[in-house]
Design a protein. Structure first.
Length: 153
């Protein structure tokens, strides 16, 4: 049976799970972008290892995910940072809250994007999911800018 043929129930409906049989490691998985990616991969049927420097946070995140027994595991890791853009996460909110007027600061930063807003974490998970799938089979060694048009705005 192919991965696409593997079926799972979600909200009472049968649907294919694109990543059944795949094993995925997500770092920074206790919060924000990493957590959204882990949630997406679990929903698509992958076995996911959630890794984070925050041991308690990543264990809590793993417990909340609906993966079958043994398909979601948590661990502690310390990795380097390497992400660009502006995604609406607890990290961004903490930065805004440090400003005198967080709402005004949000409007100012969001105006720098052609789409006029920060990315939602699910939108970054969508881009990562695309890069793991058959639809991107001939894409390699190039960067996909999920930046709301920041590069040309
Ligand atoms: N949100 C954005 O727009 C934005 C912009 C530029 C860079 N980034 C980077 O993207 C990554 C995720 O950001 P986010 O917005 O989801 O933040 P977040 O604060 O919501 O989540 C970051 C997660 O990474 C974990 N973490 C921090 N340092 C780590 C380390 N050394 N090793 C392993 N895990 C670590 C934290 O415990 C937390 O769970 C971060 O590296 C951040 O610097 C985010």
């Amino acid at each position: 049976m192919s991965a696409a043929d593997s079926l799972a129930t979600g909200g009472g409906e049968l649907r294919a799970q694109a990543l059944a049989g795949r094993r995925i490691v997500v770092t920074g998985a206790a919060s924000g972008i990493g957590l959204a990616i882990a949630e997406r991969f679990v929903a698509e049927g992958a076995a996911v290892a959630l890794l984070d420097i925050d041991t308690e946070g990543v264990n809590q995140a793993a417990r909340r995910l609906p993966g079958q027994s043994g398909t979601v595991v948590a661990g502690t890791v310390d990795v380097a940072e390497d992400v660009d853009g502006a995604v609406d996460t607890p990290m961004i909110q903490r930065s805004l809250d440090a400003e005198d007027d967080p709402d005004a600061a949000r409007r100012t930063y969001e105006s720098r994007f052609a789409l006029g807003r920060f990315a939602k974490t699910d939108e970054i998970a969508d881009a990562v999911f695309f890069l793991t799938g058959g639809g991107s089979a001939f894409i390699t060694g190039s960067a996909l800018a999920a930046d709301g048009g920041r590069a040309f705005h």
